[in-house]
Design a protein around this ligand. Structure first.
Ligand SMILES: Nc1ncnc2c1ncn2[C@@H]1O[C@H](COP(=O)(O)OP(=O)(O)OP(=O)(O)O)[C@@H](O)[C@H]1O
Ligand SMILES: [Mg+2]
Length: 381
């Protein structure tokens, strides 16, 4: 277990390769700052190419950071080679050695370290028990299912008893059902072992359910670091707001005047939580964000109204997801599953004022609402 600190960490792949290349704008990761708690489970999310794997590889020592410092357990590891960083990695391509048994695969790193045979055996057995793969120890990887192979890859990491786990999309090769099972397994494992863990995923459900804190990245930069619930309730900018939540938040380009935001087909009243807009900007353009699950059918009398014509109806059973044309905007609403809605219907929807999000049209930063406990890092999107 260890605290991991990243201070102003940046990576520029061009630097050093091509003379004169490698200005800050081409940084794959830029200005990355994070201090974990001891034993924390930190999830990195963000679109493809945003720098998640690069960050992991820098922590592992597989890439050198071109700027900043990385500390593991208080020790600056800049000059420390990967195998001396006391880190275990589980990556998407977790290639097991095909000719070795499960037990040999799991014990291989300890064998390389010339640990005594009895210790290796004991560690393999303990890890196998934790992962429920005791009966598979003599098999070869080709005799295993995808999920079992995944467990072996985890086992290989566990036996090393590392200070830090780095997992880069370890479940992406598995089918949906197995992913859910393995997700729960990894959370349980973390609760037991309490090893500081960095976990990369594309899947925001995985991020929300696994992460104690989530780092949302875009274009190499941290957008927000926060707990899952704070990310959902208090996204720091429009990017985070659109990235966290499914279906995604709706954004309406609105005109604000005297505490009312409106446009073609909608009129919404702000409340005290949006005071900065109400007081500092009496009139002006603003992005209004509304989550689909916060829209409901209205009898028409509600003060907050969104009116539109239904274009698409998706009946999912538990919920019915509807897309409407509201003026020039397309708005998604998540309604109860039993709701009868047909294409072409005109619907009036309502939304509570305290569920409205506002974003500056220039900086795209959130305006107003802030969590009681401020742990957010906001960045211009
Ligand atoms: N070895 C490399 N040399 C040059 N550029 C690289 C190298 N590895 C990654 N990059 C670039 O750095 C940026 C970040 O890549 P990275 O692999 O960290 O993204 P990612 O967030 O892990 O994406 P994905 O979700 O697709 O795995 C990308 O623009 C990528 O093209
Ligand atoms: Mg990656």
């Amino acid at each position: 277990m260890a605290i991991v600190e990243l201070k102003n960490v940046a990576k520029n792949y061009a630097q050093g390769l091509v003379k004169g290349k490698g200005d800050k704008s081409s940084n794959a990761v830029d200005n990355f700052n994070l201090v974990t708690r001891d034993g924390e489970f930190v999830v990195l999310v963000g679109p493809s190419g945003c720098g998640k794997s690069t960050t992991m590889r820098m922590i592992a020592g597989l890439e050198r950071n071109t700027e900043g410092e990385i500390l593991i357990g208080g020790r600056d590891v800049s000059q420390v080679p990967p195998k001396e960083r006391d880190i275990a990695m589980v990556f998407q391509s977790y290639a097991l050695y095909p000719h070795m048994s499960v037990a040999d695969n799991m014990g291989f790193s300890l064998k390389l370290k010339k640990r005594p045979a009895a210790e290796i055996k004991a560690k393999i057995e303990e890890a196998a028990q934790t992962l429920g793969i005791q009966s598979l120890l003599d098999r070869k990887p080709r005799e295993l299912s995808g999920g079992q192979r995944q467990r072996v890859a985890l086992g290989r990491a566990i036996v090393r008893d590392p200070q830090v786990f780095l997992m880069d999309e370890p479940l992406s090769n598995l089918d949906a059902k197995l992913r859910v099972d393995m997700r729960a397994e990894i959370v349980k494992l973390h609760k037991r072992l309490k090893v500081t863990t960095f976990y990369v995923t594309h899947d925001q459900v995985e991020a929300m359910t696994m992460g104690e804190r989530i780092v949302v990245m875009k274009d190499g930069r941290i957008q927000q670091i926060d707990t899952p619930i704070n990310l959902y309730e208090f996204p720091a900018n429009r990017f985070v707001a659109g990235f966290i939540g499914n279906p995604s938040m709706n954004f309406l380009r609105a005109r604000h005047a005297e505490g009312v935001v409106s446009g073609d087909g909608y009129r919404l009243t702000l409340d005290d939580s949006h005071r900065p807009v109400v007081t500092t900007r009496n009139v002006g353009d603003v992005w209004v964000g509304i989550r689909p699950e916060h829209l409901r059918l209205s009898d028409g009398a509600a003060t907050n109204r969104v009116e539109g014509t239904v274009d698409v109806v998706e009946t999912l059973g538990a919920v019915t997801v509807v897309q409407l044309s509201v003026g020039e905007h397309s708005v998604t609403a998540q309604l109860p599953g039993h709701q009868k809605v047909e294409i072409g219907d005109t619907l009036t929807l309502a939304c509570d004022s305290d569920k409205l999000h506002l974003f500056d049209t220039d900086s795209e930063l959130a305006i107003g609402r802030e969590p009681a406990e401020q742990s957010s890092v906001a960045a211009k999107a």
